[in-house]
Each structure stands twice: as structure tokens, then as C-alpha cells.
Design a protein around this ligand. Sequence first.
Ligand code: NAD
Length: 292
Amino acid sequence: MSYKLLDGKSTSLFVQEEIKTEVDRRIANGDKRPHLAAVLIGDDPASKAYVGHKVKACNKVGFDSSLIERNTNISEQEVLDIVSELNKNPEIDGFIVQLPLPSHIDSQKVIEAVDPSKDVDGFHPENVGKMSLGLDTFKPATPAGIMTLLNHYEIDTEGMHAVVIGRSDIVGNPMSSLLRSNTSPGNCTVTQCHSRTKDLKSHTLQADIIIAAIGKPHFITDDMVKDGAIVVDVGINRISDPSKKSGSRLTGDVDFENVAPKCSWITPVPGGVGPMTIATLLQNTLKAADGK
Ligand code: NAD
């Protein structure tokens, strides 16, 4: 089968162009620039890279951005104080606290300290609850970005059987919620699999859409995918590659080379879900600025 790419890179540029046009319109109107702040604790290279991409994307669309960096040994109370300041600061429309946090800090406590009206990651229980009820709110950027990508390519998912692999609060759980919702795209029959699922392959082989959010390189192999399936690869895994100058490269959870020929549509890694996550964070920030 000849497959088509769900090109997250070009779709995210399209979304960013729309946002930039809206920002230009606001500035011409004398309105304030949307302002996103990011809190980065510690020196995890992947987190640093993700936050760097987010700040760069803000600048590209004309947002103001602030990066608040602190050492790993910061106390939980000090992080909560930063969150409290950002909640109060009228200049800041929305902010994110990059996860994971160091193990001595209770991430849930920090997430719950964020003002839901500035929670552009959509992780606060109030926003998670609203999303589950189908109410208007901030949706977590990765699954919402996947919905935008499916919509951009006019993929009609109604009635499809979607198999989501993963049950994290940032990807698997909200993804299942969005795919089963009465929306377009959406209206799928969803099976959610996880580390305790028995005979994963028996589920994935029934899937019209597979969302792989596991964090294990090349975990989804061609024998697990039925002909014509749509495959969305959320995974970002660094593997060694002596042919690269750095000695490593990024790869997804799907064995792209062997799986792609069986698919109708598939996302590449990189250039698939990652850029859509960033574009959606920008959309959420614009929405937060609207709430003012
Ligand atoms: P996580 O570790 O929190 O969750 C992984 C999930 O995989 C778990 O829920 C677990 O139950 C499931 N799992 C593990 N082993 C399994 C197995 N053998 N069979 C079935 N399920 C199994 O990770 P996460 O935060 O959800 O992220 C998943 C991946 O997506 C990671 O590679 C992460 O880097 C990537 N990610 C990418 C983006 C993006 O923008 N592209 C955003 C967030 C996360």
C-alpha cells in the first residue's frame, strides 16, 4: 500500500501562520501581545530542548515569552512560590511548568497550584474535568495537536476503532477522551491499552487508528498493524546512531520503515506529533489571552 504522511511540521507552520496573523491584527488594534511563561527546573537536556523550542515558537508568532530557570535543588515551596507569582502577574497570560520535575517535588501539587485560567498545558484537574465533559477549556497540547493534524488532513474518524497505547495524564488518557468525544474528528470507539494489557497485538490488529504513546523505540512492529491503518507515533526516543555526528538520533515508538507500507496514513518522527504539540500550546496561549 502506498502510504501518506501526516506532516506535522508543515501543518504546524500553517497553524503558526494563522496565529501570527491574529497577533498582528491585535497589535494593530492596540492590544497587548500574548505572553507565555515557562518554568524549567534542573538541567535535563530533553526538557531544556523542549522548552527552548516552545520559547522560539513564541517569538516566531509575535508572543512575548519569559523563561524562568532554577537549579534541581530548589525546594517544593520555592516552586509553588514561582507558580503563585505567575498566577498573580497580569502580564502573563498563560504558563507551563515543564515536566518531569525533580523527584523531591510533588508534581501534582504544583499542577494543582496553577490558576486554571492560565493553565495552557491543560493539566489542572478542573481543566481535565471540563475536557472529559466536552466543555470548552484548555486541552493538553499533544493529544489536541493530534486532533488538529487529523482535521487538517480531513480524516473522517467517525465510527473508527481507535487503539490508544499508553495511559499517561499528558498523552494516553486525554487522547482517549478526545477520540471518543462527540466531535469531528472524534466519534471513535476507543480501546485503551497499557503496560498490564494482555496480548497487545490482538488489540492493535483490530485498530483503524493506532496512537502509540509508550516511550519504547520501534515497539510497534508491522505484524501488529492491519492493512490500511492510520498510525500516529507520539514517542520520542533517543537511540545510538554511530553514523550521526552526535552519535545518536531521535526515533518514535513505531518501526516506521516496516510499518509505513501497511498504512494509509502515518506520522514521521521527527516532524509529526512534536511540532503539533508546540503549535497547540501557542493556540492555548492565545485562548488564555482571550480570557482576559
Ligand atoms: P509515560 O511513560 O508516562 O507513559 C507510557 C505509557 O506506556 C504508560 O501508560 C504505560 O502503561 C504504557 N506502556 C509501557 N510499556 C507498555 C507495554 N509493554 N505495552 C503497552 N503499554 C505499555 O510516557 P508519556 O509521557 O505518555 O510519553 C510517551 C512517549 O511520548 C514518550 O516517548 C515521550 O517522550 C513521548 N512524548 C512525545 C510528545 C510529543 O510532543 N511528541 C509529548 C509527550 C510525550
